[in-house]
Design a binder for this molecule. Structure first.
Ligand code: CUA
Length: 306
């Protein structure tokens, strides 16, 4: 088992080598012919011919063979990376299934067992991860180049991709299909971690929020009496949202805000909540006017939600 990205990169190298070989051959023959039959005073004219059957068959069959070879190689790679096909025999790991829901301004990840995450996906190292890609209201293209190929996510259709990380690390990606004003900020990040660490993360994402204390508790009240609750779910508070905005139950544990547009810390969260349209113009997150005390409490609450 290896990352699909490696199989694709190997294919690209082989196809690139074939293309380079053809380029050198054709250019070489062309240059040699130009040199051999260059205009020289007194040299005899080359023999004039009209058509050459052998040549014509040759330059029809040669590209046909080259393309057929590339096609066969490509079929092998497609077989290897096809997420709907059985996992390679060299791993006995049962794949982890994750449903990726494309929303116009954010990514949603749903796991069996009820864990939900937004914008940042964690996966275990050495375990194949099967992504079922579905769209809520947009066409995105899911692309984490170091782990897998690309796949469009299209409303009304479920597409599949397989992620496999051999090494722990942070794998970045981006939406690769123009999807409106925030296309350039549809960042993807996949954290590949050792399995125990991943299991802990998954358990947290499946749990309700820890009851807040102090200023964060006041912030929860601010959250619950404002318009935030009409879109955002926050498990443990009764806020169920409407599915149109990220679940905020563990928002404080994410590294970024706004699908990658800001690093997640208290100062950035405050700036974001004070004027989301400044950072994500055109997105669905509205400006909710709060007095500074309420804003501080809300920021404290958001950052406490790990
Ligand atoms: Cu989604 Cu661009």
């Amino acid at each position: 088992m290896r990352p699909s990205a490696e199989a694709i990169a190997d294919l690209a190298l082989v196809v690139g080598a074939i293309a380079l070989g053809i380029f050198l051959l054709v250019t070489g023959v062309l240059l040699a012919t130009m040199w051999r039959y260059r205009l020289r005073p007194g040299a005899p004219e080359p023999r004039q011919i009209a058509g050459d059957l052998r040549l014509e068959i040759g330059w029809t069959v040669a590209p046909l063979l080259a393309l057929a070879a590339v096609f066969v190689l490509m079929l092998g790679t497609m077989r290897e990376i096809g997420a709907s096909l059985p996992i390679a025999a060299d791993t006995d790991r049962i794949p982890l299934r994750v449903t990726v829901v494309a929303h116009q301004f954010w990514w949603e990840y749903r796991f069996d067992g009820g864990a939900v995450a937004a914008n940042e996906l964690h996966i275990p190292v050495g375990v194949p991860v099967e992504l079922d890609l579905v769209a809520a209201d947009v066409i995105h293209d899911f692309w984490v180049p170091a782990l897998a190929g690309k796949s469009d996510i299209v409303p009304g259709k479920t597409n599949h991709l397989r992620l496999f990380a051999r090494q722990p690390g942070t794998y970045e990606g981006a939406c690769a299909e123009f999807c409106g004003v925030q296309h350039a900020w549809m960042r993807l990040v996949v954290f590949a971690e050792p399995e125990p660490e991943f299991d802990r993360w998954l358990a947290v994402q499946g749990a309700a929020r820890q009851a807040p204390a102090g200023e964060a508790a006041r912030g929860e009240q601010v959250f619950l009496r404002n318009v935030c609750v009409s879109c955002h779910a926050l498990r443990g508070t009764g806020a169920a949202g409407n599915g149109a905005a990220p679940d905020l139950t563990h928002v404080g544990g994410r590294t970024t805000i706004g699908t990658g547009v800001l690093r997640n810390d208290a100062a950035a969260m405050r700036a974001w909540l004070a004027d989301p349209q400044r950072y994500k113009p055109g997105s669905a997150m509205p400006l909710v006017r709060l007095d500074p005390g309420d804003l501080d409490a809300l920021v404290a609450y958001m950052e406490s939600l790990h």
